[in-house]
Design a protein. Structure first.
Lengths: 130, 440
């Protein structure tokens, strides 16, 4: 997936929304900037399929050698799929955070939150905080 | 311990430094009706000589288990403590070290924790152990909280009534404040009707509070079918002969570790043992020592997986426990090393044989009967058909026998019952005397 085509949270998750028969499906991951800041990743806890997630609230966590960080969902809805193999191959997040490194897919309830950032706005934010 | 008091001159100096004119003025923010308004009702001060004899006189009224035959159990047991434990554990390097966790200065302590964890894993059949918690009761509640976090079910847990009543009280205290329902069932046969998809965990004790061995494998199967976890509190000594909980499908094992090399100590401090499956290690509270290599490639030890812990993760930590019971974990590690697998088997077998001899002798008397035919390990319940448990205990005390723990305090249905523990330390003479005194 092309990083420039994605939307971002200010908490460093990305989301890519597709339309499947009128239903919005959001694929969610974390940005290359986030992976770089976290340094060596050692563990990730995925949500369970069928779980409800809420925009702006935690859906899982990622652990690096220095900290555990919460993962925040960009959208509200129901988890329909998770990337089961990812926790055992966290290196993927270094090489391919925007495609093979996806974390979950969510059947979106309602409209997308208005506060998601486009690529340029997100890059500006990273420039400021990094 | 020296008593350091402050002189009137020192008091005046301190009052001046904080800007108060007198002690009364210092306490003026306390409402008058809350103040005592008179000196404490205690006798005048004694001179050193008088005080020493007064204290010695009081001390002579104490008794301890070196003067009695102790058949008390109910969570604390009079097992033999080999002298090597005190000799090693009282070394200054162990005895005086405070929060010995920095790898640069604490390799000895960290190695002890690592070896303790290894021994606990071998004993329980689990994959990982923490470096210990405060005691059996707090370890039990931590395990239940951990199970809620793992299963992400926070509304309900099930506890068997045969779990130590004080452990159940601790669980109630914690869970009341977090809004998790604690369902207590009196028999494992009630489990199927209570187990549901909201249940995070089932807590069982084996041997249970009454000394009886539970069928852990069957319980584990039922509990896992409901997507819940099985938490089991064990008697570590019993694992010398009983199937290890890890081999019976238990997910989290906890135990009171006092039996492993620590004397009764009037009830504490004791040792909380906690071990689990590897897949749950990130939810395991407390310290974990890990083995690694230093920059020269030498084997060494550090605290590991610290991102679970409060000092790094703050409000999202697995628990607010940031320490371990280091000295007692050390004692347990020495005990287990000294005993070895064959020693553990021997001590467990002695407990088993002596407890069964005592139970048979007592229940062969007309006055006593067993309350269950469930298998037991080193502790058992007898019912006094005359219904005079306190009379029996008083009579036994006259013969320097601590005959057992009355159960009425916790279980009204066992008002007329005694819980009797028999460790390897009890001799045949002591058991025969117990039977004779209780039966006379």
């Amino acid at each position: 997936m092309n990083a420039e085509a994605l939307l971002y949270c200010d908490t460093h998750e990305w989301v890519f929304v597709t339309d499947e028969d009128g239903q919005q499906i959001a694929t969610v991951g974390i940005s290359a900037f986030a992976v770089e800041q976290l340094t060596d990743l050692v563990y990730m806890e995925l949500p369970t399929v069928g779980a409800a997630v809420t925009g702006g609230e935690e859906f899982g966590e990622v652990e690096s050698v220095k900290a555990v960080s919460a993962l925040y969902s960009p959208v509200s809805g129901t988890v329909i799929e998770v990337n089961e193999g990812l926790p055992d191959n966290l290196d993927i997040l270094n090489s391919d955070p925007y495609s093979a490194g996806w974390i979950m897919k969510v059947k979106v309830d309602g409209a997308l939150p208005a506060n998601l950032l486009d690529y340029d706005a997100y890059q500006r934010q990273c420039g400021e905080s990094g | 311990m020296p008593f350091t008091y402050n002189t009137p001159a020192q008091q005046a100096e301190m009052l001046q430094a904080i800007g108060a004119g007198s002690i009364d003025e210092l306490f003026q923010s306390i409402p008058a009706e809350m103040q005592l308004g008179r000196p404490l009702n205690i006798p005048p001060a004694l001179g050193e000589l008088e005080l020493t004899s007064h204290m010695q006189e009081l001390a002579r009224q104490n008794t301890d288990i070196t003067q009695s035959a102790c058949f008390l159990g109910a969570g604390s047991y009079d097992h033999f403590v080999p002298a090597v434990i005190d000799t090693l554990a009282s070394r200054g390097e162990f005895y005086t070290s405070y929060t010995p966790y920095q790898p640069e200065v604490s390799q000895g302590n960290l190695q002890v924790m690592f070896e303790y964890q290894t021994l606990i894993c071998q004993l329980t059949g689990m994959d990982v152990s923490n470096a210990s918690l405060y005691d059996g009761g707090s370890a039990t509640v931590e395990a239940m909280l951990m199970a809620c976090s793992i299963t992400r079910r926070h509304t309900k847990v099930i506890v068997l009534e045969s779990v130590h009543p004080e452990y159940r009280q601790i669980i109630e205290t914690y869970f009341k404040t977090i809004g998790t329902q604690v369902v207590t069932i009196s028999d494992p046969s009630q489990l199927p009707e209570e187990l549901d998809e909201a249940t995070a965990a089932v807590l069982v004790q084996s041997p249970n509070f009454f000394g009886n061995v539970e069928d852990l494998s069957t319980l584990a199967e039922q509990v896992h079918d409901a997507g819940a976890l099985l938490v089991c509190s064990v008697d570590p000594i019993s694992l010398g002969i009983l199937k290890r909980p890890g081999d019976a499908g238990v997910d989290i094992v906890v135990a009171e570790g006092q039996s492993l090399g620590t004397p009764l100590l009037y009830g504490g401090p004791y040792l909380g043992i906690m071990a689990c499956r590897e897949k749950f290690v990130r939810r395991l509270p407390g310290r974990i020592a890990g083995q690694t290599v230093d920059q020269h490639g030498n084997r060494c030890w550090v605290l590991t997986l610290q991102t679970r812990e409060q000092h790094i993760r703050r409000e999202k930590a697995t628990s607010n426990i940031c320490t371990n019971q280091g000295l007692f974990a050390l004692r347990a590690a020495i005990y287990l090393s000294v005993m070895g697998p064959s020693g553990m088997r021997d001590v467990a077998n002695l407990c088993l044989q002596k407890a069964h001899y005592a139970q048979q002798q007592l229940t062969s008397l007309d006055r006593f009967e067993a309350v269950t035919d469930q298998p037991f390990f080193k502790e058992f319940v007898v019912r006094d058909k005359h219904g005079d448990v306190s009379g029996l205990l008083e009579k036994a005390e006259d013969f320097n026998i601590l005959a057992g723990v009355p159960l009425g305090k916790w279980y009204p249905q066992y008002e007329d019952c005694l819980l009797i523990a028999v460790t390897e330390k009890r001799t045949r003479d002591e058991i025969d005397q117990l039977v004779e005194v209780l039966g006379s």
